[in-house]
Design a protein around this ligand. Structure first.
Ligand SMILES: [Zn+2]
Length: 329
């Protein structure tokens, strides 16, 4: 078993009440926490395996139940979108992780002592794309077991850019992670993403198109207000779409964090550093950020935080947003 406390972490060690079922190498995240470059992640680029995590020559790697070795691997971003065609290719399976819940399982925790929550599920969402939305990743978390129940992940094709501009934009944003190829192979329009997302919500009985309205027993969890407050309505305006009604309220994890721990963290990495949670993957790759935000959420729930809706729109004037806390970030 691997503790989340790292001797490499600069912060003073405190009692950490739980650990993740981490692979033998969690060093990518630790390296990142200590200021080193994030991991490369997908397709054309071979993932960098830090020296410290390489197995001794005479020691076989521990195997997962699927026969692949037990070390941190970047997610297959075709798989996260139900588009992987290489599930029978052992080299591909060895190179990329296909178990979305693998890095976000919690163990050794007394879940029974957590306070009851208003919702049964949390939808952790972390959009990418400043000009237009480029990535829409969501992890569905069970509020009682903290398990990751399912994921929804799509790359999104901008609607107002010509091909050349899109190529430059994607090269600049995703080229450094090595995921530009998978982006081009899989990106679809925001309108299609919303349609597919609504089917996915219905499949999990969290929302029904016929009934409309808010999510049922679930709430979005984001790191900051930007994703739901600003970016989604902006993208809807660009496409002349109506704002879907389930985006009328959300939980800003940073507000809950500030009011629960009584300390400010300006972003995801700051929260992780303060809580001594190792980060995995590439910061600003939406899917990896969503997993890391999930780790913060799990930890806060275990520490006893109550997740409340922190922001909601005025039903008649959706641009008008009300906030739960006076102390906000
Ligand atoms: Zn795959």
């Amino acid at each position: 078993m691997f503790s989340v406390v790292s001797p490499l972490t600069r912060l003073p060690l405190t009692r950490v009440p739980f650990s993740y079922r981490l692979p033998t190498s969690s060093l990518p995240g630790l390296r990142f926490l200590n200021g080193a470059a994030p991991m490369s992640s997908q397709s054309s680029v071979t993932p960098t395996v830090p020296l410290e995590s390489q197995q001794p020559v005479n020691q076989l790697p521990r195997l997962e139940s699927d026969g692949t070795s037990h070390r941190w691997r970047p997610m297959c971003l075709y798989c996260t979108q139900d588009k992987c065609t290489k599930m029978d290719d052992p080299f591909h399976l060895e190179k990329f992780n296909h178990d979305f819940a693998k890095d976000v399982r919690v163990n050794d925790v007394d879940l029974g002592s957590m306070p009851p929550q208003d919702m049964d599920y949390f939808l952790v969402l972390d959009l990418e794309g400043k000009v237009e939305i480029l990535e829409f990743p969501v992890l569905l978390i069970d509020a009682k077991t903290l398990d990751v129940v399912d994921l929804f992940h799509r790359f999104v094709r901008p609607s107002q850019m010509n091909e050349q501009r899109i190529n430059e934009y994607i090269e600049g944003k995703y080229g450094r992670f090595g995921v530009d190829r998978v982006w081009h192979d899989t990106a679809i329009s925001f309108r299609d993403v919303v349609d597919q997302f609504e089917s996915w919500l219905s499949k999990h009985q969290l929302w029904a198109k016929e009934q409309g309205g808010k999510l049922d027993r679930a709430a979005f969890v984001t790191c900051g207000n930007w994703d739901v407050k600003t970016k989604i309505p902006q993208q809807c305006r660009v496409l002349k779409m109506k704002l879907p009604p389930y985006f009328m309220e959300w939980i800003n994890l940073k507000d809950v964090y500030l009011n629960f721990y009584n300390r400010t963290a300006r972003g995801m990495m700051a929260m992780m550093k303060q809580l001594e949670i190792p980060a995995f993957g590439s910061h600003h790759l939406g899917f990896d950020d969503t997993k890391n935000i999930t780790r913060v959420l799990q930890r806060m729930l275990i520490d006893g935080a109550e997740m409340k809706i922190t922001a909601w729109r005025h039903p008649k004037f959706p641009d008008k947003v009300h906030f739960l806390f006076e102390n906000r970030i």
